[in-house]
Design a protein around this ligand. Structure first.
Ligand code: CA
Ligand code: CA
Ligand code: CA
Length: 134
């Protein structure tokens, strides 16, 4: 399940949490709702889908990672193929918007520690920290 964090969020990590949170909090109420989170995940998917065919391949995900972080995947990092595998329901090696959305929804539920249906910045940061510890 930790791979879900990597797909939707961990192109960004650490100090980038602030930026990610602000980007998702569309109505600026200091919380990210499930709807806001889903919209953020969708926009991440669109960013990764380089050729706009509605599917994200391992190659596209690697390219997006490099574009966003300015770095190649480091040795020891999960490969893009492995990240895809974690939410690739039909096992075809590419990620559809539907598979990505389902993964993002599961991730939201996991990060919402106090189950109020909203993500605070602390919850998002803790979720990412938990992911990075693995
Ligand atoms: Ca909000
Ligand atoms: Ca594509
Ligand atoms: Ca919450």
């Amino acid at each position: 399940m930790n791979a879900l964090f990597i797909i939707a969020g961990a192109l960004l990590a650490g100090p980038a949490i602030d930026k990610e949170f602000a980007g998702m909090d569309a109505n600026h109420d200091g919380k990210v709702s499930a709807v806001e989170h889903a919209a953020g995940a969708k926009s991440m998917f669109d960013t990764m889908d380089g050729n706009r065919d509605g599917k994200v391949t391992a190659t596209e995900m690697s390219a997006a990672h490099k574009a966003i972080t300015g770095q190649d995947t480091k040795p020891g990092d999960m490969s893009a193929a492995d990240k895809i595998k974690a939410v690739d329901n039909n096992g075809d090696g590419v990620l559809t918007a539907q598979e990505h959305a389902a993964g993002a929804a599961a991730m939201f539920a996991k990060m919402d520690a106090n189950k109020d249906g909203m993500l605070s910045k602390e919850e998002m940061a803790a979720g990412h920290a938990a992911m990075l510890k693995k």
